[in-house]
Design a protein around this ligand. Structure first.
Ligand SMILES: [Zn+2]
Length: 134
């Protein structure tokens, strides 16, 4: 008898939905697995260090299919988990992980230059982001 093992992706996650408790290490979940590889690696590196401080990075939203935002290209992640956004706000620049919008403290993107220069100034909200203007 042959036993086939494999990863079963929970129904509903194909468009980028996440279930409670999804972390940045759950690469079998499309919301995490379809993130830009550089962003995913930086998140996992930071999460490993944050764990030493007792902080876990939960993914509230990563890659997702609809709407206009950096999430569609896998270049943004919305973090949850107690203290995660606060931890990354303080330490994220050294991993190239930056808050982009002042009104979305949970939304992080990869800014490799931040490792040397710190994170760029935040936009007040997404309507100020020239990337999202059509
Ligand atoms: Zn976001």
């Amino acid at each position: 008898m042959t036993v086939v093992t494999g990863t079963v992706v929970a129904s509903g996650t194909a468009d980028g939905d996440v279930t409670d408790g999804t972390t940045v290490f759950d690469e079998d979940v499309p919301a995490v697995g379809k993130l830009d590889p550089g962003l995913g690696d930086a998140l996992r590196k930071a999460a490993g260090d944050a764990a030493g401080d007792g902080v876990e990075f939960r993914v509230n939203s990563g890659w997702r299919s609809p709407e206009t935002s950096e999430h569609v290209s896998g270049d943004a992640v919305d973090l949850g988990g107690s203290g995660a956004a606060e931890w990354l706000s303080e330490h994220g620049a050294r991993y190239g992980l930056c808050q982009i919008y002042a009104n979305e403290p949970w939304h992080f993107e990869l800014r490799p230059a931040a490792v040397d220069r710190g994170c760029p100034a935040e936009y007040a909200d997404p309507t100020e982001d020239p990337r999202l203007q059509k």
